[in-house]
Design a protein around this ligand. Structure first.
Ligand code: AMP
Length: 482
């Protein structure tokens, strides 16, 4: 990395607390710190000129593992986090999924654990993640990179019989990856012991807090030895995440690799204006036109997901392409099977709720279809980020009902880009309007996007005011309020 590409390093305002904390240490007196002070670093964007793995302080053994995994060049987050983590510093890395962030903490774990033997009975490194799928994914990345060493990693998460996990834990793995609830369960049973823990990682911390894991995470952190090192990875650093870092990390160094443009650089993004009643027909037309290598169709609800899945299955049963669905109500073994088949390319179209919207890395995904426009702008970024992984090309379509124009505008403001309107030749996504209507100037227009004109043709969408969308748009206060 050149000096210009270095992430800005910072300590939080209360960084000197270690000296004032004494041995009471983490978890007590820092609730009053101003977390917002932690959110203003300059982002760096993904670049491919991050140097070489040999410059990061990794030993020959770990470098061999990197080589075996086929990684030739570190990503920016890896170049930034790995040397600091190896140096024993607590690191808060602000990075999205798809940037190589998993290896940015897995490689230091491997490096530190192979450098010295464990000091007794118990787990040496613990990784907390928000979802079962991510637990499996992190465990797989660990196994890929640890191949050839005798380090073992066990994933523990809910929805699976606890007995099999207990059996694996009795074999003394050095590393455990788990969801907070299940980790806590094992701690209370005594099947997981953190007495000699050297390193704890919180992956996707913002998501874990969104889900409501804060109390569980705090209970777990309070049971970790004071001397441990803490790494925290998060796509965003809202005040609750900053507060967690303040309370439980030791003088953390903050490295910001975030970028709003994750979904902009390699992903083409379009929207369709469509009446809710025409959405399924549009989906079929779109799949027919695009013939995606692999697509994820995102729906807002579990019921909606099931419905679209069933209809697609019925309509596409004569086609070779397979369709599946995944959401939180499905049994864990079904979710695991679906994810495995999707990863292996046996499933072409996956209908999903946002449960797979975060963290899941399937490199073959060429198309994202937002059948329901996401409620939150961040979910849009995470959904769309399922394609275009590691710089590959991807395409995303969002279905927008006439009354959902405001949501589309918010998304455009969030990603700082106007989506292009798409249409399918010969297909009308808007039902013809009844003739006896109010005078044009009295019609309900929402924010004006997506209304059909009297010919039944969708009009060109009015664009949001450039002052809101340009780089120097609007006051920051206003943007944050969104
Ligand atoms: P992540 O952001 O951790 O979900 O990683 C996204 C994908 O990139 C995973 O499939 C990783 O195996 C892969 N990956 C991570 N680091 C590298 C690298 N340095 N070079 C190539 N691929 C990588």
């Amino acid at each position: 990395m050149t000096s210009q590409e270095q992430p800005r390093r910072r300590r939080p305002a209360e960084a000197d607390r270690r000296s004032s904390q004494g041995t009471e240490g983490r978890g007590n007196a820092h609730d009053e710190a101003s977390p917002s002070a932690n959110t203003s670093t300059t982002p760096i964007h993904e670049k491919n000129d991050s140097g070489d793995f040999t410059t990061l302080g990794l030993s020959a053994t770990t470098l061999q593992a990197v080589d075996r995994a086929g990684y030739t060049q570190p990503t920016p987050v890896q170049s930034g986090v790995i040397p600091r983590a190896i140096a024993g510093v607590d690191v808060l890395g602000q990075a999205q999924t798809g940037t190589g962030k998993t290896a940015s903490f897995v490689l230091p774990i491997l490096e530190l654990l192979t450098r010295s033997p464990g000091r007794g009975h118990g787990v040496r490194a613990l990784v907390l993640v928000p979802t079962r799928e991510l637990a499996v994914q992190v465990r797989d990345e660990f196994e890929k990179l640890a191949a050839g060493s005798n380090l073992r990693c066990v994933a523990v998460y809910g929805g699976k019989p606890i007995k099999a996990q207990i059996d694996k834990l009795t074999k003394n793995p050095e590393v455990v990856v788990g969801t907070p609830g299940r980790v806590l369960d094992h701690l209370s049973r005594g099947t997981l012991v953190l007495g000699i823990l050297e390193l704890v990682t919180l992956d996707e911390a913002d998501r874990m807090l969104d889900i409501g894991f804060r109390p569980d995470i705090e209970k777990i952190l309070r049971r970790c030895p004071q001397s441990r090192q803490t790494l925290l990875l998060s796509a965003t650093v809202p005040p609750p995440v900053a507060k967690l870092a303040t309370r439980y990390m030791r003088d953390p160094e903050i490295l910001d690799f975030s970028t709003n443009e994750i979904s902009v650089e390699t992903i083409e993004q379009f929207y369709f204006t469509v009446d809710p009643t025409r959405k399924f027909a549009l989906l079929e037309q779109l799949l027919e036109r695009e013939q995606p290598r692999q697509a994820i169709v995102f729906c807002r609800t579990k019921r909606g997901t099931d419905k679209i899945h069933e209809r697609l299955q019925r309509r596409r049963k004569n086609k070779k392409a397979s369709v599946a669905c995944i959401h939180g109500d499905l049994a864990q073994n079904v979710r695991d099977r679906v994810m495995r088949q999707f990863r292996e390319g046996q499933i072409q179209v996956l209908v999903a709720t946002d449960v797979v919207g975060r963290g899941i890395d399937v490199s073959g995904v060429s198309h994202i279809i937002n059948y329901d426009i996401p409620e939150f702008c961040d979910d849009y970024v995470h959904r769309v980020g399922r394609t275009g992984r590691m710089g590959r090309e991807g395409i995303a379509y969002t279905f927008v009902a006439p009354e959902e124009g405001t949501q589309l505008t918010r998304i455009e403001m969030r990603i700082d880009k106007l989506l292009e309107r798409s249409e399918i030749e010969g297909f009308s996504a808007l039902a013809p309007k009844p003739t006896a209507t109010l005078p044009a100037d009295q019609q309900q227009t929402g924010d004006g996007k997506g209304l059909s004109d009297s010919s039944g043709e969708a009009p060109a969408a009015p664009k949001p005011a450039p002052s809101l969308l340009g780089r120097k748009r609007g006051p920051k206060r206003f943007r944050k309020a969104l």
